[in-house]
Design a protein around this ligand. Sequence first.
Ligand code: GDP
Length: 358
Amino acid sequence: DAQDVASGDEKELRAPICCILGHVDAGKTKLLDCIRGTHVQEREAGGITQQIGATYLPAENIRDRTSLKAETAIKVPGLLVIDTPGHESFSKMRSRGLSMCDVAVVVVDITKGLEKQTVESLHLLRRHNVSFIVALNKVDRLYGWKECTNAPIVEALKKQSDDVKSEYKWRLTKVVTDFKENGFNTAPYYENNKKKKVVNIAPTSAESGEGVPDLLLLLVRWLPDIITDKLAYDDTVECTVLEVNEHKDLGTTVDVVLINGVLRQGDQVIVCTKQGPVTTIIRDLLTPHPMKELKAKGAYKHHKEVRAGQGVKIVARTCKEGIYVQASSVGTLEAIIAHLKSSSVDIPVYAWNLGPVY
Ligand code: GDP
């Protein structure tokens, strides 16, 4: 690994953006809580920040939660996990949510195997060509499971009785067969020698944390090798809008996930809306304060600039002050940019999509 780093022409990589999919009750919310450390002690939550629609985990935090040696290289600065909205609203924006993701975690309940929404998620992932990892969740529900809080899964499995081990094995085999029937080759990650072709299964318990460090490690260690080019940091702004709101004090706010590039106060941006492109200026960039600072400092932290990948609330100058681009043709982004270039706008122009692209 040390050699990897020393080899020189390494590209700067950005944090991968990850979403969590799966059938209702498979444990998506619980797993997210576990990843975020919502319930962990402050000491262990080191550096985790809650963002707009997302949670950022620094690589250091992930390293600390695993048995990785300090000198082992992690090529990405961290991991941005999209907070899956409630079941109904998420299904509406699943396509858009997915199109901004570099990787998905598909949560499967080990006691239930593949269910309807799991299979739907698989089709979506294939259509969008998104890499994924299977979190084979609720291993603690195997009859007689001995809890090994937050342990790597291989260690936790070693501590189990033969009965638990054999139940684990047949349930795992069943899931692998189900995946095969849906056209995917899968294998538990600790036995997977063909990580580019065979999908990793990471057994987890969102309840007691077994296997969760392994899952996180796969996301920051395995993934960057698979999609290095996609994760190469690029100055060109790439942004996806989650929500536009009228805030009583702030005016129009636009919640975005910044996938690439930098946003700065004063930047001019184009929002591509269903009514056509709208140009506006960034007045402020906000992220939530950590809980303990909420009272003292108000709800939001202000930023002069924000660098990808992060979730951020843009306070836009009201659109009246911005420049409206004639929306006769709700064209492609290229067309919008061409239009702006041909007009007298000479401020850097950033663009992103609003609304379902598909
Ligand atoms: P979602 O619908 O996929 O978001 O599922 P939830 O996270 O709401 O979980 C559904 C139920 O399963 C809740 O009662 C959770 O407490 C429980 N649950 C989720 N993950 C685990 C797990 O790993 N082990 C156990 N024992 N229960 C879990």
